[in-house]
Design a protein around this ligand. Structure first.
Ligand SMILES: [Zn+2]
Length: 473
């Protein structure tokens, strides 16, 4: 039988199934969890992540003695300048390995005096961009901070500040992902980044996020890896094979009107960053059965912050990756021995195999995001009529890679999406009064009793994160 015939019958069968589903309304038996056939190219990339390379990066970064943002910019061996130049050269070397596929830049700015900046100082972010092939204006950012500090006074520029965990580990993740992912093509653009000034008050990431917002860069997701070293003192902890993903619920940049609307109908658990967190966990569960992503429903740990925050404040969905247990004797501490106990963020307290797993979770999420179509836009739940039917509408994506959409739902008390229904593109009926939109109606399934969402899917099964609908009368 020719391929054309096979395809015709497949479509016919799908149509019959779909129409019977429409007739029986919610009696359709949806997948309990959204099923994805793992993509072999993503599996191959997972295997290419190397703990050895990560170890090499961290050893090198630690060898600069201190990477305090206020330390020497010109000494070739010690200080932040030496680290900056080495990271820049590494990204360039990776780019040479892929035929110049990365654009590697130093983004330098002068930071004026601030709380932890006694004199104006130059701060440099290193940015390596892998341009997307079909949708280059859609951008994903993965970042770590390469600056370090030794004790509670972030302005001490001469003390030993190895910063092996905080945050050579996160910087090593950015470099390793660039090495592995630059050998492939993705629909969307990926930026691999190492920023400075984090310990001085998120200065490098704030500058980048501000510039990106001014240039109207469409960043659909941002990851910061900060303290992903898998500290060795917790090597035998029962939840060792996990990484925490901190994802806020209510958006940091929510307006008063949005807050009012949210209070009236819920949605505190459904902001874009929370959806991104769910996505990371969902993809990690599919591709990484042994090492898990644990979603934490908060922006960050108590009293702490990270480079995702300036992005959140500008409306970008962003999460923070951090090891499951932290050992505060090896963070922001001077290197010292007290009563036979070693303090300091030293090389010997990070675990390279753990960091490789952390990198793999990042890779799984990033690759799926950048291979999938963009999130559906203008997703709306119609609330004008008192009815037990639920109507969702969303903008018909102009992206030719979109093969269809998936509507998802869950009980209002459920933490994750529990049900989904795949709707191929060709079944859509454009709303007659709203051209360019798709709609789907759940018969006798009340919007008051469930949370709903919509995501886009391509023909290989790559999925976008879920978009939670805005109510409209
Ligand atoms: Zn840090």
């Amino acid at each position: 039988m020719s391929r054309k015939f096979v395809r015709f019958f497949a479509h016919l069968a799908a149509m019959v199934l779909f129409l019977s589903g429409m007739v029986y309304g919610q009696k359709i038996k949806p997948d309990h969890t959204t099923r994805v056939r793992p993509d072999p190219s993503i599996k191959a990339m997972i295997n290419e992540v190397s703990a050895k390379n990560i170890e090499g990066t961290i050893r090198r970064l630690v060898s600069f003695g201190t990477r305090n943002t206020l330390s020497s910019q010109t000494d070739p061996n010690r200080g932040i300048g030496a680290a900056r130049d080495w990271i820049f050269a590494e990204f360039q070397r990776i780019s040479t390995g892929c035929g110049g596929c990365l654009t590697v830049e130093k983004q330098t700015f002068t930071q004026p005096k601030a709380a932890r900046v006694p004199q104006p100082v130059e701060i440099t972010n290193i940015i390596a961009t892998l341009r997307g092939s079909t949708d280059p204006d859609r951008v994903y950012v993965v970042s770590g901070h390469y600056d370090s500090m030794c004790n509670l006074d972030a302005t001490d520029t001469t003390c030993e500040a190895p910063g092996a965990n905080d945050d050579a580990s996160g910087t090593a993740v950015s470099l390793e992902l660039a090495r592995v992912m630059s050998k492939r093509k993705f629909d969307a653009t990926i930026i691999f980044m190492a920023v400075a000034g984090e310990e001085q008050g998120l200065l490098g990431s704030t500058y980048f996020a501000k510039q990106a917002a001014e240039q109207k860069m469409n960043i659909e997701a941002m990851f910061t890896n900060d303290i992903v070293g898998g500290v060795t003192t917790y090597k035998t902890a029962p939840d060792r094979q996990t990484i925490r993903v901190f994802a806020e619920g209510v958006p940091s940049n929510e307006t008063e009107d949005e807050a009012r609307e949210r209070r009236s109908v819920g949605g505190e658990n459904d902001g874009p960053s929370r959806q991104l967190g769910r996505y990371i966990k969902e993809m990690a569960d599919i591709y990484s059965p042994l090492f898990k992503a644990t979603l934490v429903y908060r922006r960050d740990r108590y009293g702490r912050g990270g480079d995702h925050i300036p992005f959140l404040e500008r409306g970008v969905a962003a999460v923070r990756f951090t090891e499951p247990h932290e050992d505060y004797t090896h963070q922001h501490q001077s290197v010292k021995m007290v009563d036979g106990k070693q303090y300091g963020d030293l090389l010997e307290f990070v675990y390279f195999a753990y960091i490789a797993n952390a990198a793999r979770i990042n890779l799984i999420a990033l690759a799926n995001l950048a291979l999938a179509p963009a999130k559906p836009k203008e997703v709306t739940i119609m609330t004008g009529k008192l009815t037990n039917d639920t109507e969702l509408i969303w903008h018909a994506s102009p992206d030719r890679t979109v093969a269809g959409y998936e509507v998802v739902w869950r009980e209002t008390t459920a933490p994750f999406w529990t049900h989904s229904l795949r709707i191929p593109n060709y079944f859509f009926v454009a709303r007659p009064n709203v051209p360019g939109f798709h709609s789907y109606t759940f018969k006798e399934m009340s919007k008051d009793n469930y949370f709903f969402g919509v995501r886009a899917v391509d023909r290989h099964g790559h999925k976008s994160p879920v978009v939670y609908p805005r109510p409209e009368r």
